[in-house]
Design a protein around this ligand. Structure first.
Ligand code: 13P
Ligand code: SF4
Length: 310
């Protein structure tokens, strides 16, 4: 890319020229969030993808999110700035192994967390996100047997909240499993007024001490509405940009990880850059493509989720 190019202005121009919309997840770099038409959590992003009238969706997020957009809007061109932007949680549940797992529980309904491949969604009855998982489980009859995957931490959280006995797949997110209980406790002593907020992908012992547990959108809303002036935040660090923008005078502290060499960045989310976003708009590549048969089978469980979440 020509270093004299004003990338932000060029992205805006290309967006108009190609009737494209940029959907960005809260875990993207601040400069990508600032250029997006919509920033949101997984549920908000899929609702936007389902209703947009743009011809092109540029998904500033990871592969499973762009796939979900393609499933909901199969006639549209869906671009992902870096096709290698995957997800450790999605990788922790290979569809062929899950299919075998599911065979052991023939009378169970399958709820899958949206952080999984399109093939896995095609094996599911209902999809959910972290903002509606409890609501979706509660919408089912009390005696309904349920398999929940791939995130065991979210599954365990839903199990506790609903009192339902879910059969869990043993998957997890690499970013949400790094937090140190001891270091968080030390930080809370240092900032006794601070609220500790956590994403339900975090481990049980971390969630046990949280003042609030919710999706990225839920956490953001909590920091806006709660009168506290300090927050310790246990999720990917990208969300701090919107928290700080919404409440410039409040203090947001990323929850400390166990390992001093670790950080709260998702290496998959952070593969996307402004330069790659510009290139993908300019060239119309790389595009997310899916087998029409998979789209057909994966659409119903996602649409069920959207109906329940309306
Ligand atoms: P939400 O934004 O839906 O809370 O999801 C978090 C996440 O880990 C996405 O990869
Ligand atoms: Fe996947 Fe975790 Fe990254 Fe979200 S933060 S994309 S769940 S690895």
């Amino acid at each position: 890319i020509d270093p004299s190019l004003d990338i932000v202005a060029e992205i805006q121009r290309l967006k108009k020229e190609k009737n494209a919309v940029i959907l960005a997840h809260y875990y993207q770099d601040a400069e990508i969030q600032d250029i997006a038409d919509y920033i949101g959590d997984s549920l908000g992003l899929s609702q936007q993808a389902a209703k947009t009238d743009a011809d092109v969706i540029v998904f500033a997020g990871v592969h499973f999110m762009a796939e979900t957009a393609k499933i909901l809007s199969p006639k549209k061109k869906v671009l992902l700035p870096d096709l290698k932007a995957g997800c450790s949680l999605s990788d922790s549940c290979p569809p062929h192994l899950f299919a075998k797992f599911k065979e052991q529980y023939p009378d169970h309904l399958v709820i899958t967390y949206v952080n999984c491949t399109a093939e896995l969604k095609a094996l599911s009855d209902i999809v959910c996100t972290s903002s509606n998982a409890v609501q979706i489980v509660e919408s089912l009859p009390k005696d309904q047997k349920i398999i929940f995957g791939p995130d065991r931490n979210l599954g365990d959280y839903v199990r506790k909240k609903t009192g339902r006995d879910l059969v869990l797949w043993n998957g997890a997110c690499m970013v949400h499993e790094i937090f140190s209980q001891d270091k968080i406790a030390d930080l809370r002593k240092q900032f006794p007024e601070a609220k500790f907020i956590a994403h339900p992908e975090c481990e049980e012992h971390i969630l046990a001490t949280a003042d609030y547990i919710g999706s990225t959108s839920g956490m953001l809303k909590y920091t806006i509405e709660n009168p506290a002036q300090q927050f310790i935040v246990a999720t990917e660090s990208g969300i701090l940009h919107q928290m700080q923008k919404a409440s410039p005078n409040k203090l947001f502290i990323p929850a400390p990880p166990n390992n001093v060499c670790a950080c709260n960045d998702c290496p998959h989310m952070k593969l996307n850059t402004l330069e790659k976003l510009y290139n993908c708009l300019y060239y119309g590549l790389p595009e997310v493509d899916l087998d029409p048969a998979v789209i057909e089978r994966a659409r119903l469980p996602i649409e069920r989720m959207l109906e329940i979440s309306e």
